[in-house]
Write a protein that binds this ligand. Structure first.
Ligand SMILES: C[S@@+](CC[C@H](N)C(=O)[O-])C[C@H]1O[C@@H](n2cnc3c(N)ncnc32)[C@H](O)[C@@H]1O
Ligand SMILES: [Zn+2]
Length: 277
C-alpha cells in the first residue's frame, strides 16, 4: 500500500501519469526530475528554504559516504532485526528527517529478508533531492514531521536520527504496536570537536524518554560509542557543518579546525526504542 496522503485534504495520493501524483480532489503534485515530490504546503513554510541547506547536506553526504558512522548504522539495523517483532511480512517504514537518505537505505532495507516499502521525508528540499537521486528503491518527499502527509495507521516502523520528533503525529501514522526508533546524542558525543571550539565541554543532557509522550511506551535504550579518526581538515570541516556548533564557531576556532591535521573524536549515541500502546 502506498501510505502517502494529500497534504491539503488527506485523501490518498496516486500516481497520475509519468509526471505527477494526484488525489481525488484534484490536488496535483509534480514529480521532480530527480524523482521526489514536494508535499510541503507553501503556507506551512516558515522560511523560503526550510531545513538544512545545500552546503550542510553535501557535507553530511561526503562524511557519511566515508563510512564514519557505519558502526551506528549497523547497530540500528541489528536492534531492528533482533529486538522488534512484526506481525506482517511486508513492512511500511518511514525515515523521518531523513537527510540525504543514508539510514533509510543502509539500515532499513532487507530487514531479516522481509519485503518493505521505505519512504523518507525531510523539510529540506536539498536533502530530499540527494536522497531520491541516490536511493532509487525508496520514495522521498518534502514535508514537515509536524504535519506528515502520511495515512493514519499505515506505518510499522519510524526511524528518526538526530531529527525533530512529534509524539502525536508519529502516533497517528503508526499502526497499533508500531515502533519508533529515535537516535539522539549520548553524553560524550563530539567531545573533542567541542573542545576545539569552546573552552570546555559540557556533556549532553538530552533525555529523549521525557520528550516522547503517549501513545508511546519506552521499550529499551542501546548506547553505541566508538571513536573516529579524522586525518583531513576538509573532512573535519564537513563534520563541523553537520553539527549545530557550525553556527557558533568563532574565527579563531575555525582557524584551529583548518589547521588540525589529525584528531580522534568520540561518537556517542543513544538508540531508543518506543512502541505504541
Ligand atoms: C541532523 S540532520 C539528520 C539527517 C539524517 N537523519 C542523518 O542522520 O543523516 C536533521 C534533519 O532534520 C531536518 N528537519 C529539520 N526540521 C524538520 C521538520 N520540521 N520536518 C522534517 N525535517 C526536518 C533537517 O532538514 C535535517 O535534514
Ligand atoms: Zn487533496
Amino acid at each position: 500500500m502506498f501510505p502517502i496522503s494529500c497534504p491539503h485534504c488527506n485523501e490518498s495520493l496516486s500516481f497520475n501519469n509519468d509526471r505527477s501524483y494526484v488525489c481525488q480532489n484534484n490536488h496535483n503534485f509534480d514529480l521532480s526530475k530527480g524523482g521526489y515530490i514536494n508535499l510541503l504546503p507553501v503556507n506551512k513554510k516558515k522560511s523560503k528554504s526550510p531545513g538544512d541547506n545545500d552546503m550542510m547536506v553535501k557535507a553530511r553526504r561526503d562524511f557519511l559516504e566515508q563510512g564514519f558512522y557505519d558502526p551506528l548504522m549497523k547497530e540500528i539495523k541489528s536492534v531492528i532485526e533482533n529486538e522488534l517483532n512484526f506481525s506482517t511480512k511486508e513492512l511500511s517504514i518511514l525515515d523521518s528527517g531523513c537527510g540525504e537518505g543514508y539510514y533509510s537505505d543502509n539500515a532499513l532495507s532487507s530487514l531479516n529478508g522481509l519485503k518493505s516499502t521505505i519512504i523518507g521525508t525531510d523539510i529540506s528540499k536539498y536533502a530530499v533531492k540527494h536522497a531520491a537521486k541516490k536511493y532509487k528503491n525508496n520514495f522521498y518527499f518534502v514535508s514537515s514531521i509536524y504535519n506528515l502527509p502520511v495515512k493514519t495507521d499505515s506505518i510499522d516502523l519510524i526511524l528518526s536520527v538526530f531529527s525533530p520528533n512529534d509524539s502525536k503525529e508519529f502516533g497517528r501514522i503508526l499502526i497499533e504496536n508500531g515502533y519508533l526508533i529515535i537516535v539522539s546524542p549520548g553524553e560524550n558525543h563530539m567531545k573533542q570537536l567541542a573542545e576545539l571550539i569552546y573552552d570546555s565541554f559540557r556533556p549532553h543532557e538530552y533525555n529523549i524518554i521525557e520528550k516522547i509522550e503517549l501513545p508511546f511506551s519506552h521499550i529499551s535504550t542501546h548506547r553505541k560509542t566508538f571513536k573516529i579518526e579524522i586525518n583531513d581538515s576538509g573532512m573535519l570541516q564537513n563534520l563541523l557543518k553537520m553539527t549545530p556548533y557550525y553556527w557558533n564557531t568563532s574565527k579563531q576556532a575555525q582557524t584551529k579546525i583548518e589547521n588540525c591535521e589529525a584528531i580522534s573524536i568520540t561518537c556517542d549515541f543513544n538508540i531508543t526504542v518506543f512502541q505504541t500502546v
